[in-house]
Design a binder for this molecule. Structure first.
Ligand code: 26Q
Length: 846
C-alpha cells in the first residue's frame, strides 16, 4: 500500500492547521483539559487511557457550550416566539465530539492543543460511543433536522426517549448476524445533563370514572419521566438548542400495596419492571410489531413531552395565570410527529385540554389540529401501526374513549360529504375490523393534524393516490411534500475535511450554510487540474478506509479498484439480493473471460437485519458466503472483492461515504419513501446507480440524466406488471446469466458444507419475488456495464462526480427545515447569530 494511515493523517493535519489557532485559546484548552483529567477523571498522564483523554476533551468542549446554551435559552424566552417540538421515538445522533467542536468553531484550537500535548485527536474521537438511539433513516433524519434547526437559529426542541440500550451491536460469526446489547452509557455520557427537578408523572392502566377532582381517568399506575438534556449546537451562530430525552423512574410509592403486605423485596423488584419502559430501542425498521412495551414507550414519550410543552407555554412571557387561555397555544407551539410513533399526542392533548384544562370539545379539537402535523415515512403495509383495541382498552382506557369520539365525529363529516357511502366510511375509519378491532394510527394522525407530508416528491404523490387517497379527497389542502435532506456539517465538513477544504479553496466557505452555492463548482467540471485534485482527494479517502479495514478487521482490499457500496438496513424491498446477483454475474464473467478486461471492483455491503427478520438474516449469510467463494478464488485475484461491513452505524457511515465511488440505490420503484444515504454519497462525490424511487428521482433531476446511472421499472410499470400478473420464472428462463446465478444459489455453490441453506431465497425469488428483482435484473446488469466503462476513464468519471457534488445543494436539511418552517409551522427562521459568551460585556451572572 502506497500510503500508511500516519502519512494520510500527517497530510490532513497540514490542511487542517492551514488557519492558525490563536495561542491563548490553545493554552486555555490545554489548561482546561489538564484540569478535567485531574479533577473530573482523577487521572494523571502516567495512568490515563485513550478513553480518559476522550472524556477530558469532551468535558473541556462541553464547558465551551454551557454559556451559549444558557444565552440561547435567555434569548428565546425574551423573543417569546413560536416553539417547534419534534417528537420522535428515535434520534440517531452518532458521535458528538467532532460535531460540537466544528459547530462552535473550536476544532482548530482543539487539534492544536491535543497536538501540543502529544495526543492523537483522531484516536480520542474514536473512543466515543455512538449515540445509537435510532434504527436507520427516520432516526438519522431527526438528528439532521436538529442540527439544521439550531443552525437556522430556531427555538426548537427534540423530544425523545433515553434508551439504556440503543440499536444492537451487530457481530458476524460464520457469516451469520448475532446481536449484542449496545451498552452505550457504560462509561458515562459526558454530553447529557440530568434535570431531576423537572421530573413528570406518566399514568397507565386504570379505568374511566370520576374522582373527587372531576378527573375522568382514575386508579392508574404512575411512572416518573426523568428528563436528560443534550446540547444541540448550531453551526457558527452561538445557538445551542436542546434535545430532551426521557428516562423511566419508578416513584417511591410504586407498588406500596405489596410493600405493606410485607413483600419488600418484591416491591423493590417491581420498580425495576416499571423502569423497563425506557430500557431498549425496538430494533425493527419498517416492520410493525404490536408489543405492549412499545405502546408504553410511545405513550410515555408523548405524555411527558406534552406536559413539558404546556408547562413551557404557561411559563411564557405574556401568559396570564389569572385567566388561563389556550387560544394562543397554536400560535406559540408547533408539534411535528415523526411518523405515527407519537400519534397518541392527538388524544393525549385532547385529554389534557378537556379533563385538566376544562375546554369544550370543539375548542380543544381546533387547538389540537392547528398544533399538530404528521410526517409519513413509508408506504409499506407491514410498517403501518395498527394497535389492538383490546390492548389500548387496558393500557389507556381514556384515550381509547377519546379516539372513539374523534372517529364518531369524523365519520359524521364523511357521511355529510359522501352520503350513504358505507364502504368509504369503512375504509376511512380510525377503528378497523378484522382479526379483532385495531386503531389505525396513520388515520388518527391525518384527522388530528393540519398538515400531512411525505418525504420526497414521488412518495408524497403516491400517498395521495394510494394509501391515503380517501383522505386526500376529503382534505386536499392538508397534503404536502417535504423532500428530505442531510446536514452538510456532519456529512461533508466533518466527515470529509479534505474535500471540504478543496471546495472552500475554490468557492469560499459559505456553502457550509448555503449548500446551493455548490453550483459554483460546475464550471470546474471541465478543468483538468481541478479534476485531478478531486481524484486525489477521493484516492486518499479510499486509502484511509482500506487502512481502517486492514487494522480493524484484517481485511485487505485494492484501493485502486472501484468502491461499489450499498449500506443501509437489510430489507427485501431495498434489494440487497439484486446486488448479490450482480456480484455472482461478475464472478462468472471473470471465470469465463479474460480477467484483464475486467474493471476491478470492491463491492461492500453493510447493514443490520431486524433480529426477527429471517429473510434479511439469510441475506447477510449469503453475502458472506459469496464473499468467501469470490475472495478465495485465485482466478479472481484483486479484480473483484466482496466485503460485508460489520456493524454499520453513523460513525462507520462517516468513514465509508467519503471513500465511495459508486452508490447503490436500487430499491424497487415506489418502495423507498426517500432515502437519505443516497444524498450523503452524492454530496461526497460518488456516482449513483439507482431506480426512479424516493429522492433518487429528484437527485437525477438536479444533476441531469446524463450524470446518473438509471435502471429498472418505473412505478407505473410496476403497477402494470402487477396488474397483468408477474411471473418471475419467465425472466429466469429468458436470461442465461440470471439463470446461472440463481442456480448457483440453489445448488449450494455458495454453501457446499450446508446443502439447502439458501433454498428459501431461491423459492422466494422464483415463486414470489414481490420486489421484482428478476424483472429488473437485465437492465441493472446492462447499467453496471456502462458504469464500468466510464470508470476506465478517470477524468470523465471525476467530471461526473463533480457535477454530482455541484448539484447536491437541494439536499441540505437546511432547505428542508426552511420549508417545514414556512409551509407547516408558520415561522420565519431568524437566521440570527448570537454573540458568544466571551463577546458580551456582561457574563453568566445575568
Ligand atoms: C413501529 C412500530 C413498532 C416498532 C417499530 C416501528 C418502526 C420503527 C422504525 C417503524 C418504522 C421505522 C423506521 C422507518 C424508516 O426509517 N423509514 C425511512 O425514513 C427515512 C426518512 O424519511 C426515509 O428516507 C426512508 O426511505 C424510509 O424508509
Amino acid at each position: 500500500m502506497a500510503l500508511t494511515i500516519e502519512d494520510i493523517r500527517a497530510k490532513q493535519r497540514k490542511i487542517s492547521i492551514s488557519g492558525i489557532a490563536p495561542p491563548e485559546c490553545v493554552n486555555n484548552i490545554k489548561n482546561n483539559f489538564n484540569k478535567h483529567l485531574h479533577f473530573t477523571l482523577v487521572k494523571d498522564r502516567q495512568n490515563a487511557t485513550a478513553r480518559d483523554y476522550f472524556f477530558a476533551l469532551a468535558h473541556t468542549v462541553k464547558d465551551q457550550v454551557c454559556g451559549r446554551w444558557i444565552r440561547t435559552y435567555q434569548h428565546h424566552h425574551r423573543m417569546d416566539s413560536k416553539n417547534i417540538y419534534y417528537l420522535s421515538l428515535e434520534f440517531y445522533m452518532g458521535r458528538a465530539l467532532t460535531n460540537t467542536m466544528v459547530n462552535i468553531g473550536i476544532s482548530k484550537e482543539c487539534d492544536e492543543a491535543m497536538y501540543q500535548l502529544g495526543l492523537d485527536i483522531e484516536e480520542l474521537e474514536s473512543m466515543e460511543e455512538d449515540a445509537g438511539l435510532g434504527n436507520g433513516g427516520l432516526g438519522r433524519l431527526a438528528a439532521c433536522f436538529l442540527d439544521s434547526m439550531a443552525t437556522l437559529g430556531m427555538p426548537a426542541y427534540g423530544y425523545g426517549i433515553r434508551y439504556d440500550y440503543g440499536i444492537f451491536e451487530q457481530k458476524i460469526e460464520h457469516g451469520w448476524q448475532f446481536e449484542e446489547p449496545d451498552e452505550w452509557l457504560r462509561f458515562g455520557n459526558p454530553w447529557e445533563q440530568a434535570r431531576p427537578e423537572y421530573v413528570l408523572p406518566v399514568n397507565f392502566y386504570g379505568r374511566i370514572g370520576q374522582d373527587e377532582n372531576g378527573k375522568k381517568w382514575v386508579g392508574c399506575q404512575t411512572v416518573y419521566a426523568l428528563p436528560y438534556d443534550t446540547p444541540i449546537p448550531g453551526y457558527g451562530n452561538n445557538t445551542v438548542n436542546i434535545m430532551r430525552l426521557w428516562s423511566a423512574k419508578a416513584p417511591k410509592s410504586f407498588n406500596l400495596q405489596v410493600f405493606n403486605d410485607g413483600s419488600y423485596l418484591q416491591a423493590v423488584y417491581d420498580r425495576y419492571l416499571a423502569e423497563n419502559i425506557t430500557r431498549v430501542l425496538y430494533p425493527n425498521d419498517s416492520i410493525f410489531e404490536g408489543r405492549e412495551l412499545r405502546l408504553k414507550q410511545e405513550y410515555f414519550l408523548v405524555s411527558a413531552s406534552l406536559q413539558d410543552i404546556i408547562r413551557r407555554y404557561k411559563g411564557g412571557k405574556n401568559f396570564d395565570y389569572e385567566r388561563v387561555s389556550f387560544v394562543a397555544f397554536p400560535e406559540k407551539t408547533a408539534i411535528q410527529l415523526n411518523d405515527t410513533h407519537p400519534a397518541l399526542a392527538v388524544p393525549e392533548l385532547m385529554r389534557i385540554l378537556l379533563d385538566d384544562e376544562g375546554l369544550t370539545w370543539e375548542e380543544a379539537w381546533q387547538i389540537v389540529v392547528d398544533t399538530c402535523a404528521y410526517t409519513n415515512h413509508t408506504l409499506l403495509p407491514e410498517a403501518l401501526e395498527r394497535w389492538p383495541v383490546s390492548l389500548m382498552q387496558q393500557l389507556l382506557p381514556r384515550h381509547l374513549q377519546i379516539i372513539y369520539l374523534i372517529n364518531h365525529l369524523f365519520l359524521e363529516k364523511v357521511e355529510e360529504k359522501w352520503p350513504g357511502d358505507v364502504d368509504r366510511k369503512r375504509r376511512m375509519s380510525l377503528v378497523e375490523e378484522g382479526g379483532g378491532k385495531s386503531i389505525n394510527m396513520a388515520h388518527l394522525c391525518i384527522v388530528g393534524s393540519h398538515v400531512v407530508n411525505g418525504v420526497a416528491k414521488i412518495h408524497s404523490e403516491l400517498l395521495k393516490t394510494s394509501i391515503f387517497k380517501d383522505f386526500y379527497e376529503m382534505y386536499p389542502e392538508r397534503f404536502q411534500n417535504k423532500t428530505n435532506g442531510i446536514t452538510p456539517r456532519r456529512w461533508l465538513l466533518m466527515c470529509n475535511p479534505t474535500l471540504a477544504s478543496l471546495i472552500s479553496q475554490r468557492i469560499g466557505e459559505e456553502w457550509i450554510t448555503n449548500l446551493d452555492l455548490l453550483r459554483n463548482l460546475e464550471p470546474l467540471a471541465s478543468e483538468k487540474a481541478f479534476l485531478r485534485r478531486l481524484i486525489q482527494v477521493k484516492q486518499e479517502n479510499k486509502q484511509k478506509f482500506a487502512c481502517y479495514l486492514e487494522n480493524e478487521f484484517n481485511i485487505s482490499i485494492n484501493p485502486s479498484s472501484m468502491f461499489d457500496v450499498q449500506v443501509k438496513r437489510i430489507h427485501e424491498y431495498k434489494r440487497q439480493l439484486l446486488n448479490c446477483l450482480h456480484i455472482i454475474t461478475m464472478y462468472n464473467q471473470i471465470k469465463k473471460h479474460n480477467p484483464n478486461d475486467f474493471v476491478p471492483r470492491t463491492v461492500m455491503i453493510g447493514g443490520k437485519a431486524a433480529p426477527g427478520y429471517y429473510m434479511a438474516k439469510l441475506t447477510i449469510k449469503l453475502i458472506n458466503n459469496i464473499a468467501d467463494v469470490v475472495n478465495h478464488d485465485p482466478d479472481v485475484g484483486d479484480k473483484l472483492k466482496v466485503v460485508f461491513l460489520e456493524n454499520y452505524r453513523v460513525s462507520l457511515a462517516e468513514k465509508i461515504v467519503p471513500a465511495t465511488d459508486l452508490s447503490e440505490q436500487i430499491s424497487l420503484a415506489g418502495t423507498e419513501a426517500s432515502g437519505t444515504g443516497n444524498m450523503k454519497f452524492m454530496l461526497n462525490g460518488a456516482i449513483t446507480i439507482g431506480t426512479l424511487d424516493g429522492a433518487n428521482v429528484e437527485m437525477r433531476e438536479e444533476v441531469g440524466e446524463e450524470n446518473f446511472f438509471l435502471f429498472g421499472m418505473t412505478v407505473e410499470e410496476v403497477e402494470n406488471l402487477r396488474k397483468e400478473g408477474y411471473y418471475p420464472r419467465k425472466y429466469y428462463e429468458e436470461n442465461a446469466d440470471l439463470r446461472e446465478a440463481i442456480d448457483q444459489i440453489n445448488s449450494d455453490f455458495f454453501s457446499p458444507e450446508e446443502p439447502g441453506l439458501f433454498r428459501d431465497i431461491f423459492n422466494n425469488l422464483m415463486f414470489s419475488d414481490h420486489y421484482c428483482l428478476l424483472k429488473d435484473y437485465s437492465s441493472y446488469i446492462e447499467c453496471q456495464h456502462r458504469v464500468s466503462e466510464l470508470y476506465r476513464n478517470p477524468l470523465e468519471w471525476a467530471s461526473m462526480c463533480l457535477r454530482n457534488i455541484a448539484a447536491s445543494g437541494k439536499f441540505s436539511s437546511d432547505r428542508t427545515i426552511m420549508e417545514y418552517a414556512t409551509e407547516i409551522w408558520g415561522v420565519d427562521p431568524s437566521g440570527i447569530k448570537l454573540l458568544a459568551p466571551h463577546e458580551e460585556s456582561n457574563n453568566i451572572e445575568d
